[in-house]
Design a protein around this ligand. Structure first.
Ligand code: SF4
Length: 474
């Protein structure tokens, strides 16, 4: 399978909602719609009405999975929802979320954004206890750990938080409450909004405007949030570890209109572009973004450099993945399906092409060539994050180390490979300045320094990959 873009793939979006006296699932549907960018392979919503569970999920976009008929069956004023991009586990319907099962304490549902690095160990413990598993998903492991636990749901969640290593932003549905959980490192975002007399948990604040909610709390690492008839309640469920917010939420994943750490993501991306212009200036006539994700970075670059900003590439937003062989010729065809140059803007100009990231390096070369073919006399590539040298094990599909171009090529070699006149990546220091932070972010895909005890983590990760390959052929 060849992808017509060259970006890390998103890792899922979650919502949880309590809407007293209203259909929570219907409001949740609107919120989920705004999180479509976090996963397009499957979507689902589960609700609870008077102790009775309802669920609908399917493969594809939120708009394809839900319609008036199935939404009207999702009764109740508590609901959770999920949009999926598969990381751990295959992309089939059996791995679509939320997971919903009946327990002695009533219905229980779970939606998960992230990836557990010790899922294989937890999986083996469950199998040894005689618990059967149906899927390759780490989320199912969490479902069984929670439902087989003892004490009330909050205590069971705390027990899970003490066992699970890795990234997990969860929404959990029970018969009389919805819970939100953020792992002790805080890899994946989770926020609480208020509307009328209800509350919404969501991966990003962009979900709030769809139902008129206002941000009331950004869930902190290790916190548990409970939504119920008393409103919303926050408590510490696990001792926070060294903060490791995913830097890529800021660079690429999150919608630019979302707010993280009190800052608009769009503004952060402009700051990264400004840092890039300061760090890697270039004598040029135009700044052109790789749309859409490179746009705010390019705006910041142009403002700081004092070089006019213009559109030079038009993106066809309806091209997704194409199942074609990754030969150079067909790769260029795939890129041409997705982008078209604006010749009048480019002819005779020295161009700075600003992109948010380079992962495999498969699209940058064809884009540089496309700009040259359209008349650009020079093409300088500027990338608004450092070179990605290492894979992500925390729920982001980055490609394997061998497939990451910066994992095996130097920057001059990448420049030659993509045929640019010059190439520069933002340094880690400049990126942290752009994020307005000294630390608190995970930079493992740029540094290879993972926020876990490395030896144990590598072993866990290798075991996990082998086990999934052996058991599930995944
Ligand atoms: S390794 Fe990269 S993509 Fe993965 S959590 Fe860390 S910053 Fe995000």
């Amino acid at each position: 399978m060849y992808q017509t873009d060259d970006q890390p793939k998103e890792e899922c979006g979650v919502i949880g909602i309590h809407a007293p006296g209203r259909d929570a699932a219907r409001l949740g549907f609107f919120a989920l719609y705004t999180l479509q960018h976090r996963g397009q392979e499957a979507a689902g919503i589960a609700s609870v009405d008077d102790g009775v569970a309802h669920i609908h999920k399917g493969q594809g976009l939120v708009s394809a999975v839900f319609n008036e008929d199935n939404l009207s069956t999702l009764k109740g004023d508590f609901a959770i929802g999920h949009t999926r991009y598969s990381t751990t586990g295959s992309s089939g319907l059996r791995n679509a979320q939320p997971y919903m099962i009946e327990t002695i304490d009533g219905p229980f549902g779970l939606a998960h954004n992230g990836n557990l690095v010790n899922a294989n160990i937890l999986r083996r413990q469950l199998l040894e206890r005689g618990v059967g598993l149906q899927t390759s998903s780490d989320t199912e492991v969490m479902v069984h750990l929670l439902t087989a636990g003892s004490g009330d749901w909050t205590n069971r969640i705390k027990t899970l938080m003490a066992q699970a290593e890795g990234a997990f932003a969860l929404t959990i549905l029970t018969s009389n409450a919805v819970y939100g959980v953020r792992d002790p490192w805080g890899f994946r975002p989770l926020v609480v909004g208020q509307f009328d007399d209800g509350y919404l948990l969501a991966s990003e604040t962009c979900a709030f405007s769809a139902i008129g909610a206002e941000l009331v709390h950004e869930v902190q690492p290790g916190e548990i949030v409970r939504l119920d008839d008393a409103g919303y309640h926050v408590e510490q469920g696990a001792v926070p570890k060294q903060k490791a917010f995913c830097t890529f939420e800021e660079i690429y994943f999150s919608r630019p209109d979302s707010i993280h750490h009190g800052k608009l993501v769009h503004s952060t991306r402009q700051n990264l572009g400004r840092e890039l212009a300061r760090e890697a200036p270039v004598d040029a006539d135009l700044v052109v973004p790789v749309p859409d994700s490179g746009t705010p970075h390019a705006v910041g670059f142009a403002q700081e450099a004092g070089i006019p900003y213009t559109e030079g590439l038009i993106k066809n937003r309806y091209v997704g993945r194409t199942f074609i062989e990754p030969t150079q010729r067909l790769r260029e065809t795939g890129v041409r399906m997705k982008f078209n140059p604006l010749g009048d803007n480019l002819r005779g100009k020295r161009v700075v092409m600003v992109d948010d990231s380079i992962v495999r390096g498969t699209t940058s070369g064809p884009l540089v060539q496309m700009l040259r073919d359209a008349g650009a006399t020079e093409v300088h590539v500027r990338v608004a994050c450092p070179a990605i040298t290492d894979p992500c094990y925390m729920g982001v599909d980055m490609a394997s180390r061998e497939d990451l171009i910066a994992g095996h090529k130097s920057i001059p070699e990448i420049c030659e490979h993509i045929g640019a006149d010059s190439l520069a990546f933002l340094s880690i220091d400049a990126m942290m300045r752009g994020l307005d932070a000294d630390d608190g972010f995970c930079n493992a895909c740029f540094t290879g320094v993972y926020p876990f005890e490395s030896e144990r983590f590598v072993q866990l990760t290798l075991n996990s990959k082998e086990q999934f390959a052996n058991v599930w052929g995944d």
